[in-house]
Design a binder for this molecule. Structure first.
Ligand code: PLP
Length: 477
């Protein structure tokens, strides 16, 4: 089979095909998955599978997840930590980016842990066989049920606020009184404390979390109070501190600053005799959605984080902590594309041409939520000249449901396959049934094999939880 490597950002206007100039391309710096190729039919191929054929087989819209790109990103994070950090480290995948059984299983098989933010994500992770001692539960309003499930499974809780600390103490007291055997003393609950570092970073307002006016985490002003309280709770084993400053971040400075702040907190914790040995620096490394995005590589990000922690620990005279990081977007974002069938077009003379696709804000709510910009190509006309400047419109009943405001594409016809790149993170996981559209299917591709990992929803799925009260059932119909 003749297939030429597609990879290399081509700004000539033809297509966005990356041209790998390094032996270890960092997936977050490319628009397409690492296995993207232009095959002998002039079709886009990912993971050895022809994208147009996948759409024939599995329907559209279709999330196409490239296993090799996802695994490569996992390994690059792990390898970089072993290279730059002499202490222990653990990379945990922020699974809210895309949480489903297969994704959890792939990531765990690469030796990563998992960060979950709800009982549903936790349940999925456990069902996927992720070891509980590598699962961290986040959230600013965890329910008692969510906390109890995580505690009984043996996960670590990243405590966000006072209310939650008190709930955990109560849960521990409950399980102690229900303990029948005197010898089986309950294990203390393993916790990290989440703090708001007061670090500004330049990203969208809704995805910034580190500035002081945030709903997440303890105010560092209360650090002494929190440490004093926690140090007196035998039911709680406070092993570390956590901070997450935001998402889609391109400057390394923000995380470098964060290392200094967190090591200061660490030094303070030792005054309270807390057995704190973990620092969790959060996630946030950005990815390339367009040719103008220029994120650092995974290796560069990890290097800055490790060097920052090592330097700050030397200055403060504290031992190197177990270093945890929580990448989400940069692990899975670049590994997936969404394929749509194109529909009709509408030209508003002198203004714009709208080209429709058979999905939109229900499978990718990021453009309408964050004004996110994406790039697209036509998978079955890969080398055709890009003669059209169009808006790619979703099919939802919202004027704002525009997948891409300005796309350069070849002349197309209904039925052509449009591929939107970089849709692995916060697409499926934020998808909805708006307008009662069934959620798309997802396939995991690898070396010519395509495995269904999310079945396409059906109209029966859409009414599964509906209940029609007896008095509304029409007998006359
Ligand atoms: C969302 C989130 C992450 C992951 O952020 P990315 O930008 O996707 O890497 C990590 N940690 C916490 C606590 C988060 O809320």
């Amino acid at each position: 089979m003749v297939s030429t490597p597609v990879p290399a950002l081509d700004n000539s206007g033809r297509q966005y095909l990356p041209n790998f100039d390094t032996a270890t391309p960092s997936p977050n710096q490319y628009l397409l998955p690492l296995t993207a190729r232009n095959n002998e039919h002039d079709h886009l191929e990912i993971g050895g599978c022809d994208v147009a054929t996948l759409v024939e087989q599995f329907g559209s819209p279709l999330y196409i997840l490239d296993e090799e790109t996802l695994r490569t990103a996992c390994r690059q994070y792990r390898d970089a930590f072993s290279k730059y950090y002499p202490g222990e480290s653990l990379v945990i995948y922020a699974s809210k980016a895309w949480n489903c059984l297969a994704v959890c299983a792939v990531v765990a098989s690469e030796g990563l842990g998992l960060d979950v933010v709800s009982g549903g994500e936790l349940y999925t992770a456990l069902q996927a066989g992720v070891p509980a001692d590598t699962i961290y539960l986040h959230g600013n309003n965890k329910s008692v049920e969510e906390l109890a499930l995580a505690v009984s499974a043996g996960c670590t809780i990243v405590v966000d606020n006072w209310h939650e600390l008190q709930n955990l103490v109560a849960i521990a007291a409950d399980s102690e009184t229900s303990e029948t055997s005197e010898t089986a003393a309950a294990q203390p609950i393993r916790i990290l404390l989440r703090l708001t570092p007061g670090i500004e970073c330049h990203t969208h307002e809704y995805i910034r979390t580190g500035h002081l006016d945030s709903k997440f985490g303890f105010d560092p002003e209360q650090l002494d109070e929190v440490f004093a309280y926690v140090s007196q709770q035998p039911a709680l084993l406070c092993v570390g501190l956590h901070a997450h400053i935001g998402s889609q971040i391109f400057e390394l400075q923000a995380h470098q600053d964060l290392t200094g702040v967190m090591v200061q907190w660490l030094a303070k914790a030792t005054q309270y005799g807390l057995p704190i040995s973990e620092l969790d620096i959060g996630g946030g490394l950005g990815i390339r959605y367009t040719e103008s995005d220029d994120p650092p590589s995974i290796d560069e990000w990890v290097k800055v984080v490790c060097e920052g922690i090592i330097r700050a620990c030397e200055q403060q005279g504290v031992a190197l902590p177990r270093l945890i990081s929580e990448p989400g977007r940069s692990l899975i974002g670049p590994a997936c594309v969404t394929a749509y069938r194109m529909g009709g077009q509408k030209t508003v003379p002198g203004i714009r041409t709208y080209v429709t696709v058979d999905g939109g804000m229900s499978d990718n709510p990021r453009p309408i939520t964050y004004q996110s910009v994406y790039r697209a190509l036509v998978a079955n006309k890969l080398s055709a000249p890009l003669t059209e400047s169009v808006a790619i419109a979703g099919k939802h009943c919202e004027s704002g449901d525009i997948v891409i405001k300005q796309a350069q594409i070849p002349a197309t016809q209904p039925g052509d396959v449009l591929v939107v790149m970089g849709t692995g993170a916060y697409n499926y996981s934020m998808s909805s049934n708006y307008n009662r559209l069934p959620r798309p299917a997802a396939v995991l591709v690898n070396q010519g094999d395509a495995s269904l990992i999310l079945q396409r929803e059906t109209v029966e799925d859409l009414t599964r939880q509906d209940r029609l009260p007896e008095r509304l059932i029409r007998r006359d119909a």
